[in-house]
Write a protein that binds this ligand. Structure first.
Ligand code: SAM
Length: 283
């Protein structure tokens, strides 16, 4: 049995997440970040970007399913979807499970992330050749700045933490470009980090979305064992006033594809905001 471990230390909460690894499979320093791939003993492959755990074979379904299906079943009829970031292609695969989606563009700044995913997480990339998919490489900030007004139904921001190239995906200026690009009824969802460790970030994120013109917000927590604290969230914002607790529950219950985590019941449960989060977001 290997006695080599990979640890991501999380200074903010004095905690760490570790996986037993057998060997490093690959490493590349792209113009944007350092990407490492490890083989683990029990969690399949592991992708790490600049020291932060991104994806493991074993547990990525929590994140990808919640990032895609919660917002898509909240929108009335999503046809045009844009994913900013998401270079491992797992969110794209989930988006394309929805037969009503006609176009899904994935715009990640770093081609190397997708090349590594194709090699070490091929199952996440299995829909990349779907005729409805466009996989492109550009800065998501520039992509949204140039997007035609009222051309997108759902924007999914599947980014790294708000440092380095992803820093500009968490501010008012970026959200203003998203707001303009959304059609009436449009929704934005952003991965919004740990509700246990970074509730201030979630509050600031919602504030920046509000300042950019978004009206209603809902933060849905979900488990994500490989991320700091093991408890993660996504925040949905609506272009116009609407009840984000209302989703196409009957459609979600009759979804024409299998999932590992997301169901209509899980979606409903994630809408019940825990009191600590209600209090922290009201501060
Ligand atoms: N699930 C992960 C998490 O929450 O830690 C995120 C996974 S995904 C691999 C994050 C992606 O965001 C990376 O591939 C990175 O290249 C991309 N990214 C960071 N900044 C970006 C930007 N400005 N525009 C587009 N993509 C960006």
């Amino acid at each position: 049995m290997s006695d080599q471990w990979f640890y991501e230390n999380f200074d903010l909460t004095g905690s760490a997440f570790g996986l037993r690894v057998t060997r490093k499979l690959d490493e590349v320093q792209s113009p944007f970040q350092k990407i490492e791939i490890w083989e683990t003993t029990d969690w399949g492959n592991l992708m790490v970007i600049d020291g932060a755990t991104m994806v493991t074979t074993r547990d990525n379904f929590f994140y990808h399913e919640m990032m895609a299906h919660a917002v898509l079943y909240t929108h009335a009829d999503p046809k045009d979807v844009v994913i900013i970031g998401g270079g491992d292609c797992g969110t794209l695969r989930e988006v394309l499970r929805h037969p009503g989606v006609q176009n899904a563009v994935q715009c990640d700044i770093d081609e190397q992330v997708t090349r590594m995913a194709e090699k070490y997480f091929p199952e996440l990339c299995e829909s990349n050749n779907d005729p409805r998919a466009t996989v492109m490489f550009d800065d998501g900030i520039a992509y949204m700045k140039n997007a035609a007004p009222e051309s997108i139904d759902v924007i999914i921001v599947d980014s790294t933490d708000p440092v380095g190239p992803a820093e500009g995906l968490f501010n008012q200026a970026f959200f203003e470009t998203c707001h303009r690009a959304l059609r009436p009824g449009g929704l934005l969802v952003q991965q919004s980090e740990s509700p246990l460790a970074l509730v201030g970030l979630i509050r600031d994120l919602r504030g920046a979305m509000r300042d950019a013109g978004f009206v209603d917000f809902k933060t849905l927590p979900f488990p994500q064992p490989c991320y700091p604290t093991g408890w993660w969230s996504c925040t949905i914002a609506s272009k116009e006033a609407r009840d984000l607790d209302a989703f196409r529950e009957a459609d979600a219950a009759a979804k024409p594809f299998d999932t590992n985590y997301y169901t209509a019941g899980i979606h409903k449960g994630a809408l019940a905001t825990p009191p600590m989060l209600v209090r922290a977001l009201a501060e």
